[in-house]
Design a protein. Sequence first.
Length: 262
Amino acid sequence: MKVLFVGDIFGKPGRNAVRHFVPRLREQHGLDLCIGNSENVAAGSGMTMDLADELFASGLDLLTSGNHAWSKREAIPLLKAAHGKQLRPANYPGDAPGRGHAVVQAKDGRKLGVLNLEGRVFMKSLDCPFRTAERLLPELRKETALILVDMHCEASSEKNAMGHFLDGKVSAVLGTHTHIQTADNRVLAGGTAYTTDVGMCGPWDSVIGVRKEAAIERMLTQRHVPFEPATREVYLQGAIVDLDDQTGKARSILRVQERLPE
């Protein structure tokens, strides 16, 4: 099975990149499933039902999220939706709306388990993502040997630790949240594809998607300055993992970076 996973989709520029490139990448690489992190789709923070539907129409089969999942009240119906195609991190308290893991099915019937986790270093004090993974993986394995983990967190060390912790237990551990694509994509010793951060779908001429003047002003003055998405040099970034259907191990991981025409 070949799976595309794209990084944090930032505002309208990121959505445009998804709409432009995902169908082309699906055809070019013979992709079976396409997944993306949606926590920044609503002007850079949060998500809504309408914008999720836009991403599904653009070719994504499932959406993950992170700490901005709760930024828009409109996200609650999306997280509760019966189709279960919008995840939130699994290690939030149990009574949080939605769920953090799901099984998505390709057109030929093959299944991929997806687990969404959020880190704790420099972030919220949540349930342990490592223990949460241990608890939920057996449920996913009942349906499929193919399992992809979105590890959404700030610290590269925490993502790296999760990769090694789950090496040989899942098919891929792919990092999100920092919006900066890393060049450490590899298949670990136990057969798990790993990269610290798959990057961002959004504008490069920015500070991680935000208009750079506003971000710099906030850092210089230490005062609240409204953020808004930048617009120039828009890229789609992510990774394509090629997975062995029988063993659940990764054959390869390919870094993806495509620039949207101006």
